[in-house]
Design a protein around this ligand. Structure first.
Ligand SMILES: [Zn+2]
Length: 97
């Protein structure tokens, strides 16, 4: 499967801490060796220090470690979190009353 990442969109998602992107892309910081999900509360690194992966497994294979603040490896296992008020209505509308 050719699952290419659109880095411009991925970076934009990181900049606005978009939770709806948490299960779509992982951002790894080359200067710290840590990878994060888009909604991570940590300060944003410079764009040129970030590379993107489809998931934490790919980032680990490249030698990165998961961020302790946003726990990127738990993405996808906590579905309810994606229905936080900030999430786009697409996913949540169907399940919320
Ligand atoms: Zn993080």
């Amino acid at each position: 499967m050719d699952n290419k990442i659109d880095e411009e969109l991925a970076w934009a998602a990181f900049e606005r801490r978009d939770r709806s992107w948490d299960d779509r892309v992982i951002g790894a910081v080359t200067t710290t060796g840590i990878y994060c999900k888009p909604s991570c509360p940590a300060r944003r690194p410079k764009r040129e220090h970030v590379e993107f992966f489809l998931d934490g497994g790919a980032a680990r294979e490249a030698g990165y470690r998961p961020c302790l603040r946003c726990r990127p490896d738990e993405v996808g296992r906590r579905m309810p979190e994606r229905c936080a008020p900030a999430a786009p209505r697409s996913i949540c509308r169907r399940t919320s009353p």
